[in-house]
Design a binder for this molecule. Structure first.
Ligand code: UDP
Length: 320
């Protein structure tokens, strides 16, 4: 039975990875300091015995101790929603830098393979579109978003240094916008915000004129891509995301339609350094991992809506 540590395992993506690795027969140790994660995301796994699943509340910016062998370390701990990393700038820099260093040190000591959760934010406000992995990006290091972007860029750099200098087995996934059940309804990102607003009958707050684009990947597709990368021999970064690009205004309209709300759209100021476009070039993932996403947005939004309907205190649209 492979033994795997997932940092940030109580978060949105981390908890889905806990599920997947348990399904694959791994023993999973889930570590999270719960500043943005939530044990509700993993509580269904608590009924498994401690020999299959264990939760440890811990901040991985400090030395990480795990007794016994480890085969894999998945480093997913980090605030990832812009509102969260703007609110937690130092923690974000620390977990990307110090946390990645500790996770790599642990992986090296255990001779385990480490997979780093990186991000499309390493491309910043990109001047190349769509973004292939060999694009170096356009990041403002001292802008407010720089705390996340630069932390992840450092994390990639140190992972590659451990790979080259220590021969550590490292994998780097660059994750593009992802959505699905277990997103925090109040994390400030476009989808949770729009869905919560639509379900409450409130106006949807589109930032700027809504012409900026994103490409949204359903979480199950993302997890499949990450699993394939973890099992592959590829140590260079690999983009995982759904290339189906949409403007934020269109996205808001789709959510209005799928929820059947009579909410309107209001326009608010565009946040600083908000990328104008974003779309993954997934040629590398196709070629190396034989991976492509297969849940389209309509289906993904429908599945996500089921979850948000339970989470959001819905006021019927007609009465709002
Ligand atoms: N956005 C918006 N209204 C909101 C939240 C976000 O228009 O209530 C926009 C945001 O400015 C960005 C896009 O939606 O252009 C996606 O934002 P998100 O926070 O989901 O993540 P990002 O892709 O910027 O990391």
């Amino acid at each position: 039975m492979p033994r795997t540590l997932i940092t940030g395992g109580a978060g949105f993506l981390g908890s889905h990875l806990c599920d997947r690795l348990i399904e694959e027969g791994h023993e999973v140790i889930c570590m999270d300091n719960l500043i943005t994660g939530n044990t509700e995301n993993i509580e269904h796994l608590f009924e498994l015995g401690q020999d299959q699943f264990r939760f440890v509340e811990y901040d991985v910016t400090d030395y990480i101790h795990v007794s016994g062998d480890l085969d894999y370390v998945l480093h997913f701990a980090s605030p990832a929603a812009p509102d969260d990393y703007l609110r937690l700038p130092i923690q974000t820099l620390k977990v990307g830098a110090l946390g990645t260093h500790k996770a790599l040190g642990l992986a090296k000591a255990k001779d385990a393979r480490l997979l780093l959760a990186s991000t499309s934010e390493v491309y910043g406000d990109p001047l190349v579109h769509p973004q292939p992995e060999d694009y170096w990006g356009n990041v403002n290091p001292i802008g407010k978003r720089g705390v996340y972007d630069e932390a992840k860029r450092f994390a990639e750099a140190i992972a590659m240094a451990y790979n080259r200098h220590h021969g550590a087995e490292t994998r780097i996934v660059r994750i593009f916008n992802t959505y699905g059940p277990r997103m925090r309804t109040d994390d400030g990102r476009a989808l949770p915000t729009f869905m919560s607003q639509a379900l409450r009958g409130d106006p949807l707050t589109v930032y700027g004129d809504g012409s900026q684009t994103r490409a949204f990947c359903y979480v199950d597709d993302l997890v499949e891509g990450i699993y394939r990368l973890l099992m592959s021999d590829e140590s260079d970064p690999v983009n995982i995301g759904n290339p189906d690009e949409v403007t934020i205004k269109e996205f808001a309209e789709e959510i209005i339609e799928i929820t059947g709300t009579n909410s309107s759209i209001t326009y608010e100021e565009l946040p600083e350094d908000d990328p104008q476009v974003r779309q993954p070039d997934i040629s590398r993932a196709k070629e190396i991992l034989d991976w492509t996403p297969n849940v389209d947005r309509k289906e993904g939004l429908r599945r996500t809506l089921d979850y948000f309907e339970d989470e959001v205190d819905a006021v019927p649209a007609e009465t709002s």
